[in-house]
Design a protein around this ligand. Structure first.
Ligand SMILES: [Zn+2]
Length: 89
C-alpha cells in the first residue's frame, strides 16, 4: 500500500498522488486489517490440496484483496498479501 503526506492512502502503486499530485509516495506494508467479506475459491489448481479464500479487508479505510487458506473474520494479521488469524500459530 502507499501513503502520501497529504493523508491519501491507496492500495496500488502509483507514480503520483491522485489527490495532491505529489511524487513523494511512501510504500508501507499493512500489519493488520478488518475482514469485510470472504469468498471461497471453488476452482483450485490441480495438485493443490489446500482450498483458498479471497479476503476483502479494510485497512485505514482502504479496501484491499488478500488470500487465505482458511476462512477468517474480524481483525486479521496481514503478512505478504495473506490474511492470518490473530493469536493462532
Ligand atoms: Zn498527496
Amino acid at each position: 500500500m502507499i501513503s502520501c503526506s497529504c493523508g491519501f492512502i491507496g492500495s496500488e502503486r502509483r507514480a503520483l498522488c491522485p489527490r495532491c499530485g505529489s511524487r513523494d509516495l511512501k510504500e508501507f506494508d499493512p500489519e493488520s486489517g478488518v475482514v469485510v467479506e470472504t469468498w471461497k475459491l471453488n476452482v483450485t489448481p490441480e495438485g493443490l490440496e489446500e482450498s483458498y479464500y479471497l479476503v476483502l479487508a479494510e485497512v485505514k479505510g482502504v479496501k484491499i484483496i488478500l488470500t487465505s487458506t482458511e476462512p477468517v473474520q474480524g481483525e486479521v494479521i496481514i503478512q505478504g498479501g495473506k490474511a492470518l488469524k490473530r493469536g493462532v500459530g
